[in-house]
Design a protein around this ligand. Structure first.
Ligand code: HEC
Ligand code: HEC
Length: 220
């Protein structure tokens, strides 16, 4: 009997090793792809072939919020979301096939290419009804991580929000509040947990209007 339990125990243990949790699998792959040197030329080819049909050639996504803007995003943010989606830590049935079809080197290349694309500022915005409240909430609960101009921070894996479409932000923020986007930062989930629908609308509408200052043009 004792032997049987030992055997069951080791079977369970080896299954856990063979099937690590989605979070662990993603962390492992993220570490690997972050260590690869990206090649933006291959990144452009692979992006156009595997991603542009939805996220558009210029990486701008769609103002109706179906597809997010990717242009100018921090590579670590793109890569973390990609490895989460590949491992099942973030659900995204629409692009799962595309996410799995690319190699780890392609991912590193695509992320570097996206970083180099200029952020378009004709993104979808909200109705503008509650912007005063949006500003107050953003400053109180979101600015410390997301930044004054929505620039995010690669060190804490926080995305660029400037230029992101309102309807996409709204859907994500609702999912984060309702615990449906499971790979979300726990402190952020805490910050947004008590929000009413109107407060989520107010803060995401405000976010959709953030503009990052233009970087000084390089002299030729
Ligand atoms: C069939 C359409 C489709 C294709 C092809 C596609 N995506 Fe997506 N992608 C989506 C959708 C839809 C979402 C938003 C899902 C949601 O609302 O949660 C998304 C979200 C993302 C996100 C998350 C963005 C964020 O701000 O969190 C990243 C990163 C991304 N895609 C990268 C890629 C890359 C890289 C490729 C190519 C390898 C790709 N996508 C191909 C449809 C697609
Ligand atoms: C503790 C830091 C932190 C705080 C505070 C925070 N966020 Fe975030 N936010 C993140 C990180 C990190 C991500 C990237 C995904 C993840 O890890 O959750 C993110 C992602 C998002 C996204 C998804 C963007 C995308 O491209 O998919 C939205 C929307 C968002 N945050 C809204 C908010 C709002 C609204 C607030 C304030 C109520 C807020 N966040 C406060 C760290 C934070």
């Amino acid at each position: 009997m004792k032997l049987m339990w030992l055997m069951v125990g080791s079977l369970v243990a080896s299954a856990a090793v063979a099937n690590p949790s989605p979070e662990l699998a993603s962390q492992k792959e993220l570490k690997k792809v972050m260590a690869l040197k990206g090649d933006p030329v291959n990144g452009k080819d692979r992006y156009q072939a595997a991603c542009a049909s939805c996220h558009l050639d210029n990486g701008a996504g769609q103002p109706d919020g179906t597809f997010p803007q990717l242009a100018g995003q921090h590579p670590v943010v793109v890569l973390k979301q990609m490895t989460d989606i590949r491992a099942g830590a973030r659900e995204n049935a629409v692009m799962l096939g595309a996410a799995k079809a690319v190699s780890e080197q392609d991912l590193a290349d695509i992320a570097l290419y996206l970083k180099l694309l200029p952020i378009p500022h004709d993104n979808g915005r909200g109705e503008g009804e509650f912007l005063d409240d949006g500003l107050v909430l953003y400053k109180r609960d979101c600015l410390s991580c997301h930044g004054r101009s929505g620039e995010g921070d690669p060190k804490t894996n926080t995305p660029v929000l400037a230029g992101q479409h309102y309807k996409y932000l709204l859907r994500q923020a609702m999912d984060i509040r309702d615990g449906k986007r499971l790979n979300s930062n726990p402190k952020m989930m805490e910050a947004i947990k008590g929000y009413t629908d109107t407060q989520v609308i107010a803060v995401t509408d405000f976010m959709s209007r953030l503009v990052m200052p233009e970087l000084p043009k390089k002299k030729k």
